[in-house]
Design a protein around this ligand. Sequence first.
Ligand SMILES: C[S@@+](CC[C@H](N)C(=O)[O-])C[C@H]1O[C@@H](n2cnc3c(N)ncnc32)[C@H](O)[C@@H]1O
Length: 120
Amino acid sequence: MGLWDFISQNPEARKQFDETMERDSKVISLALCDCKSVFEGLDSIVEVGGGTGTVAKVVSEAFPHLKYTMLDLPYVVANLTGSENLNYMGGDMFQAIPPADAVLLSGFYMIGMMMNASRY
Ligand SMILES: C[S@@+](CC[C@H](N)C(=O)[O-])C[C@H]1O[C@@H](n2cnc3c(N)ncnc32)[C@H](O)[C@@H]1O
């Protein structure tokens, strides 16, 4: 059983995973907001595997002109509420990623390396 299957069936493991990711994501968010040039010229962005939306909330608030879409598995985003420029979307990145000027992947490389998963 893979990591995502395991934590989808174990709510306590998912909670601990999300809390760990959120702590990490706060640091990433602050760094991203300090690098305004990263978002220059972009009207839209899709964050793939954004978890509970820590990065999405901070970046979409800091850059209100940006149409921000955050994609994660349907059960992960089911109870998240977006804003004027932030839309949470449930789906499978291996099936479809909505079009945008840029794609943001945060935390995937590290997890992929840890899992040695060929899908990453
Ligand atoms: C390493 S975490 C990234 C955490 C996130 N960047 C954050 O700020 O908290 C990877 C995320 O990818 C999601 N994920 C896993 N497989 C996915 C898939 N096939 N399609 C979309 N999201 C997926 C997981 O639910 C998890 O939230």
